[in-house]
Design a protein around this ligand. Structure first.
Ligand code: SF4
Length: 217
């Protein structure tokens, strides 16, 4: 199946922007976003900056899956730092916050601030993120962080397009099946892994083993 086999709405970047810097978090979440942008002929580059992902083996798997998909579609892929120490420093004191809470706001802020900084230095007038497509995330929370990050740079905006709508969520499921992506089982940070495993333990389920994909190939 190719991008053209899905019926998608034609998208245009608002405010006359000509180039988009797309922050991506992983292949499953960004797959529909990437194909929808390509189907609409929008000029974009991927920016992978996710120092929240823990442990590093899991980070590398998610990054390589995302890169593989980008290469398959001929989309430029910027591989940014894994400055994990800075991430832990920024969320210090928020270790027990629930998902969608204050720690996640700081986590989104950090990732989108770096995206906006790169965009400002490389001629991108607009930024966006694949984070908002996941039903596990608070879409408004992601957009608020994106808009705050973009507002630091005069003339830049965060595109608040809701990728879940107009069939986006269903197409994401189809692409994930087609591509057989590595499916992560927790949001990404050490605390989300801890909490996901605590829940599994309480349900008598097997614990998540991050980075399992690499260990079997
Ligand atoms: S749960 Fe997810 S969004 Fe929240 S801090 Fe952890 S990695 Fe970031």
């Amino acid at each position: 199946m190719t991008t053209t086999e899905f019926k998608r709405p034609k998208l245009t970047l608002p405010d006359g922007a000509s180039k988009l810097l797309l922050h991506t978090c992983c292949a499953p979440c960004s797959s529909e976003v990437i194909e929808a942008l390509l189907a609409s002929g929008i000029d974009f580059t991927i920016f992978f900056y996710n120092p929240n992902i823990h442990p590093q083996q899991e980070y590398l798997i998610r990054k390589e899956e995302n890169k593989r998909f980008a290469e398959q579609h001929g989309v430029p892929f910027i591989d940014a730092d894994y400055d994990v120490d800075n991430w832990f420093a920024r969320v210090k004191g928020m270790e027990w916050e629930p998902e969608r809470g204050a720690r996640c706001t700081v986590c989104f802020d950090m990732r989108l601030e770096r995206t906006a900084l790169y965009a400002a230095g490389h001629g991108f007038g607009a930024i966006c993120s694949s984070l908002g497509i996941s039903r596990w995330k608070n879409f408004e929370q992601v957009c608020d962080c994106g808009q705050r990050a973009a507002a630091r740079h005069p003339g830049m905006f965060y595109w608040t397009h809701n990728w879940r709508k107009q069939g986006g969520s269903a197409r994401t499921v189809e692409i994930c099946k087609r591509e057989q992506f590595y499916q992560q089982e927790y949001c990404g940070c050490a605390y989300s892994l801890r909490d996901a495993n605590a829940y599994r333990k309480s349900q008598g389920k097997a614990l998540i083993k991050p980075g399992k994909f690499i260990s079997v190939i």
